[in-house]
Design a binder for this molecule. Structure first.
Ligand code: ADP
Ligand code: 5GP
Length: 188
């Protein structure tokens, strides 16, 4: 059986990755989302096992020792990791899977799986990024400050990605990513 394709989506916090992915997964039901593990506390409305697997630092560490994570990184003072088994089984079953991970994690995946398709979601401007973090209203002012500071470093890595998509108008962004997936499926 033909293996599925691995897609990686990165971009600074608040750029709209979660929003774009929700819409993309609604429109492409065949695409599988990789639920990450994290030590970050859940935000209001987030569901364990759907948005993230919320772990204690001890359990996350145990996962590192047991080689459970395909990649893992410390991002904004919390630990995040991709469950290896789920990704490998999904690809072996011939399904496409999409990972929403930071630039450090993407670098690790690029080494292990260079055939992956790396997509960087960029904001129209830093001012707009700050406004989106503000509008989301889920982070303390300290968390927002850390996220904006990290955004500058993350943006510097965008040239290492196969595609850079500017998330200006939501539906246009989703259409652009859908086209990328179709092109990659056809082997372009
Ligand atoms: P991320 O997952 O990258 O941290 P979110 O998906 O939580 O970002 O989006 C952050 C905020 O920006 C949310 O309030 C969301 O509604 C808003 N947003 C997302 N995409 C767009 C867009 N294309 N135009 C305007 N606002 C957007
Ligand atoms: P948030 O806390 O806003 O949900 O996510 C913060 C950052 O962690 C985002 O940049 C997101 O892409 C990244 N992230 C989420 N899951 C993973 C993961 O499994 N691995 C890595 N390396 N980063 C992740």
């Amino acid at each position: 059986m033909k293996e599925g394709k691995l897609f990686i989506l990165s971009g600074p916090s608040g750029v709209g990755k979660g929003t774009v992915l929700r819409e993309l997964l609604r429109q492409r039901k065949d695409l599988v989302y990789s639920v990450s593990a994290t030590t970050r506390p859940p935000r209001p409305g987030e569901v364990n096992g759907k948005d993230y697997f919320f772990l204690t630092p001890e359990d996350f560490q145990k996962g590192i020792e047991e080689n459970l994570w395909l990649e893992w990184a410390r991002v904004h003072n919390h630990l995040y990791g991709t469950p290896r088994d789920f990704v490998e089984k999904t690809l072996q079953a011939g399904k496409h899977i999409i990972l929403e991970i930071d630039v450090q994690g993407a670098r690790q995946i690029k080494k292990k799986c260079p055939e992956g398709v790396f997509i960087f979601l960029a904001p129209p401007s830093l001012e707009e990024l700050a406004q989106r973090l503000e509008k989301r209203g889920t982070d303390s002012s300290q968390e927002k400050e850390i996220r904006l500071q990290n955004a500058l470093q993350e943006m510097e890595e965008q040239d290492d990605y196969n595609y850079i998509v500017i998330n200006d108008e939501l539906q246009e962004t989703v259409n652009r990513i859908k086209r990328i997936i179709c092109d990659e499926e056809r082997g372009n």
